[in-house]
Design a protein around this ligand. Structure first.
Ligand SMILES: [Zn+2]
Length: 427
């Protein structure tokens, strides 16, 4: 009897699930019912055609990393027209717009990067097929630029009074090491209360940072004509040896909480058939959310790369191209997860998804690869949220769905009201 009661108990737990730890959230449906939220939503619904048109226009303004000026000028002029209290371009080239609060709330920063990975000259004309747009950069991150501008207009239109100040930043050079965001946060050290990065597909809310190390290993030797090459040091052999050794290195996979991934993306060296290479290289893209593992693997890879040079008797050089720090694993970030900004992000998105996409329920992930990483690194409560559904970002086939864009814009509005603390007095 006792045993069977116990079995029923276990069964009940299996069916009902173990109750998740309740996380504090600043979202509530009362907020959605407020007059301000309803007016802002109405603005989004009634201006979908214009928003779509603007999204296409933004995508059509080329903005390779470091060459964002044209797009920045557009963002700046639209932010000014939307009636923010202050709009300017900072030293790094970011466009910054502020909407002052009544003073009692936090400074909440919303950031969308303007740059694309596509080099100058890439055709950026948008093609529409049904509910999908196709063009390089249409998803990453023109969609967020569109969301940013339209959310600003809707918030202004709603007449909302917030206790906190909202700062909208269209950043530069996200794709080449989060440079614009870093410059902005360093210039505003201690002044940012909460940070929302607008990037990535709609889905999980990120509150961590994937650490990324980009390394180039270079091997050199005197070189020689093929006829005189017998027995001479050969940088290409060192490259081959190093790559084979590195590929045998055990790297913990996603089954482990502390996982990593390593890719050798580029390899090169030598100029002609009939001579030895004088300089050869390969690159490593090493990623992990665990700072300890990242450092450890970097050291092991460097040792193997260096040993290959010694074995082959060639010159060796390690070039650190960029190092974006890791935020921590899920357990290392347990404290961050408890900050209400994370659950607020999850609740807002699930609330909006539940009608149009009842099958989708999102959660929070202790990773991230956006401007938000800099916030995580600096200890600012940070989340990254998506812009619409889409595919094939960073390729010429990049595409994005139109309808979920409007949902993502509403997401930004609710986040602004929840994090910036809409003044009581609703509805
Ligand atoms: Zn992006």
């Amino acid at each position: 009897m006792r045993a069977s009661r116990c079995a029923i108990g276990i069964l009940a737990v299996l069916i009902l699930g173990v109750p998740a730890l309740a996380q504090q959230s600043w979202f509530s449906e009362t907020l959605v019912r407020s007059r301000e939220a309803q007016q802002a939503f109405q603005y989004i619904d009634q201006n979908q055609d214009r928003q779509l048109e603007e999204w296409i226009r933004i995508t059509g303004i080329p903005a390779p990393s470091g060459q964002e000026l044209q797009r920045a000028l557009y963002m700046e002029s639209e932010m000014k027209q939307a009636g923010l209290d202050e709009v300017f371009r900072d030293k790094a080239g970011n466009v910054v717009g502020r909407l002052y609060g009544t003073g009692a709330g936090p400074v909440v920063v919303f950031a969308a990067h303007m740059d694309t990975v596509h080099p100058a000259g890439t055709p950026v004309k948008v093609r529409q097929e049904g509910d999908t747009l196709y063009a390089p950069g249409v998803f990453d991150n023109s969609a967020s630029c569109s969301n940013l501008l339209q959310a600003i207009r809707a918030i202004r239109h709603s007449g909302a009074r917030l206790q906190g100040s909202l700062v909208f930043v269209a950043t530069v050079q996200e794709e080449v090491g989060l440079k614009g965001m870093r410059a902005f946060l360093e210039e505003n050290r201690g002044k940012v209360g909460l940070l929302v990065a607008m990037d990535g597909g709609l889905g999980s809310v990120s509150y961590g940072a994937l650490g990324i190390h980009w390394i180039r290993f270079l091997y050199s030797a005197e070189g020689a004509h093929t006829n005189n090459s017998r027995g001479k040091p050969n940088p290409n052999r060192a490259v081959a040896r190093a790559i084979l050794d590195i590929s045998r290195l055990p790297v913990p996979g996603p089954e482990s909480e502390s996982s990593a991934i390593c890719n050798i993306g580029m390899i090169g060296g030598g100029k002609v058939f009939n001579a030895m290479s004088q300089e050869s290289f390969f690159t490593v893209d090493l990623r992990s959310t665990d700072p300890g593992l990242l450092k450890d693997l970097d050291a092991q890879i460097t040792l193997l790369a260096e040993t290959a040079a010694r074995t082959e008797n060639v010159g060796f050089r390690k070039e650190v191209v960029s190092e974006n720090p890791a935020g921590g694993t899920e357990s290392q970030l347990a404290e961050r997860r408890r900050h209400p900004i994370v659950q607020t992000g999850v609740d807002v998105l699930n609330y909006l998804l539940k009608d149009s996409y009842p099958g989708i329920k999102v959660g929070a992930v202790a990773s991230g690869s956006t401007d938000g990483n800099v916030g995580v690194e600096m200890g600012i409560p940070t989340i990254a949220v998506g812009r619409t559904f889409g595919r094939d970002q960073h390729t010429l086939q990049e595409s994005a769905e139109i309808k979920p864009l409007f949902l993502a814009t509403k997401q930004i509005i609710l986040l602004a009201f929840a994090l910036g603390r809409l003044e009581p007095g609703w509805p």
